[in-house]
Design a protein around this ligand. Structure first.
Ligand code: NAD
Length: 419
């Protein structure tokens, strides 16, 4: 595998959409060049004592892409495919997402190349604590604030907070977000990305004169993003006809009872073989004739190979980079709206921002307050992108990137030296 920073398809896709938007807004070429390369890339090796007393060493990464607007911010991923280039691409997406959503934050991402399902809880804790120690000099509430992503969760963040705080002798709650509520987490953080996906779906439907109620959804991925998107869509009376995870998908044209399905998944671990539906493959799910298709698993789910089979009317990117640039072009030409990741899955970082603010002032908000503030940001961000897309006759991806770049370029120019 090409292990250079530009070696992954995801990185090349991010650069392509950056170039395309840069051209539309006629961005300063120095600013564009600066945004193509991360500001700092940290590579560490993480030794872990396994339960059988052997020591295994895992590669870990933290890429800090840009901090013009504020401290670096972005998730940490535990997955076997994690590599420098993928993390760099995801860190750039965080910069563009935070700028688009008007947050005072820069962009970063990190991860460890490990399959967390193959480690015991003790091994995972050892890995997380050692990874935190290695990242220690580079993170902090005013420097870089990690959060959960694929393969990590609130428990991972709790271990990080504890390890980082032990260097200080008192709790550093603002160093991570996505923590358990008991130790400074925000109400509503767990569901935030999925909620945002549904708020954005509602806005996208409204552009076509449609409402959420009765709308059909297919959701790929039933993790932190996909499951909460399904729960919220079901609550708002949309018809979730199909969901999937790594084990495969399930389909019921009458709509799935998501509350029952969540109970089934808690007992069985996967969606497969859920009695009230038929099993389908992930590929079949992506080809279903639905109003909204929300890919909420990993990047590259819809590419040149399968784009022609997509029959959804609207695609809402719950995951980061699930539709490749080539597939995006084909869908746009067919009149299928693709709401891009930096807008569609921004709910997570918005509530992470709320969590960080609450930790800094030690004043906590109710879940309703969190949800209503989240909805305001998601809907106003959608409106900005939609207005740009109509005015300039561009697709939603280029439009979202353009709106984001305009704010970033202005801030970079004001700071001057940051170029
Ligand atoms: P997660 O680990 O909680 O869930 C991932 C889900 O995808 C699981 O159901 C898993 O079984 C499924 N999956 C994995 N590989 C698959 C495959 N090959 N085919 C089909 N399904 C597969 O992760 P998550 O936090 O839900 O993140 C999902 C995506 O959303 C990622 O791209 C992540 O970067 C992005 N994202 C997450 C957040 C967040 O707040 N968690 C915020 C913004 C974006």
């Amino acid at each position: 595998m090409d292990d250079s920073i530009s070696g992954s398809d995801l990185y090349r896709n991010v650069i392509k959409s950056l170039n395309a938007a840069g051209e539309v807004i006629n961005i300063n070429p120095v600013a564009l060049e600066r945004l193509k390369t991360p500001r700092r890339s940290i590579i560490v090796s993480v030794p872990v004592r396994m339960d059988d007393d052997t020591v295994k060493i895992f590669p870990g990464y933290r890429v800090q892409h840009n901090q013009t607007l504020g401290p670096f911010k972005g998730g940490l991923r535990y997955h076997p495919s994690v590599n420098l280039s993928e993390v760099a691409a995801l860190s750039a997406l965080m910069t563009f997402k935070n700028s688009l959503l008007q947050l005072p934050l820069g962009g970063a991402k990190g991860g460890v190349a490990v399959d967390p399902t193959k480690l015991s809880k003790t091994e995972l804790e050892g890995l997380t604590r050692r990874f935190t120690t290695e990242l220690g000099p580079f993170i902090g509430s005013d420097k870089d604030i990690p959060a959960p992503d694929v393969g990590t969760d609130s428990q991972t963040m709790a271990w990080m907070l504890d390890t980082y705080s032990s260097e200080f002798g008192y709790a550093q709650t603002g160093v991570v977000t996505g923590k358990p509520v008991e130790i400074g987490g925000s109400l509503g953080r767990d569901a935030a990305t999925g909620l945002g996906v549904v708020y954005i779906s509602e806005k996208a439907l409204a552009t076509k004169g449609r409402q959420l109620e009765g709308t059909t959804f297919a959701i790929q991925g039933f993790g932190k993003v996909g499951m909460h998107a399904a729960i919220e869509a079901f609550k708002l009376k949309a018809k979730v006809v199909a969901v999937s995870d790594i084990s495969g998908g399930i389909f019921n044209p009458e709509g799935l009872n998501i509350d029952e399905l969540v109970r089934y998944v808690h007992e069985n671990g996967v969606v497969k073989d859920y009695p009230q539906a038929q099993n389908i493959t992930n590929e079949e799910l992506l080809a279903l004739e639905v109003d909204i298709l929300a890919p909420c698993a990993l990047d590259g789910a819809i590419d040149s190979n399968n784009v022609d089979s997509v029959k959804a009317k609207i695609i809402v990117e719950g995951a980061n980079g699930p539709v490749t640039i080539n597939a995006n072009r084909v869908l746009y030409e067919k009149g299928i709206m693709v709401v891009p990741d930096i807008l569609a899955n921004g709910g997570g970082v918005v509530v992470s921002y709320f969590e960080w603010v609450q930790d800094l002032v030690w004043l906590f908000w109710s879940e309703n307050e969190v949800r209503s503030k989240l909805k305001t940001i998601m809907t106003s961000s959608f409106d900005k992108v939609w207005d740009f897309a109509r005015r300039e006759q561009k697709d939603m991806r280029i439009s979202a990137m353009s709106v984001s770049l305009m704010r970033l370029e202005k801030a970079m120019k004001l700071r001057g030296h940051a170029w």
